[in-house]
Design a protein around this ligand. Sequence first.
Ligand SMILES: [Zn+2]
Length: 103
Amino acid sequence: MTHKCNLCGKPMKAVDNIDLQGFKIHGWKCRCGNVHSDPEDVDTIIKFLKFMKTDREAKMFKSGNSYAIRIPIQIAKLYHLTQRSKLLFSPENKKLVIEIIPA
Ligand SMILES: [Zn+2]
């Protein structure tokens, strides 16, 4: 599906590098300089930023012989995490950094 520019009427190019508060989101760019952000991505980021102001704690639970971390849906959506996602732990002093391994 082509996305048309509302300023010049030409087809816009789909991009995935529009900056929104430090997050890269999908959208469309036109040669005339016009930029449209993907409203779904904007919505996801806004929900995430609201969420980060209030409830950032993750709960752990026991799963067999391991512990699992419950990842809130807002974070899972933002990082496109699924049940098949692979993660990499990088311990850092008092932090445990979780990196997403690209599929
Ligand atoms: Zn244009």
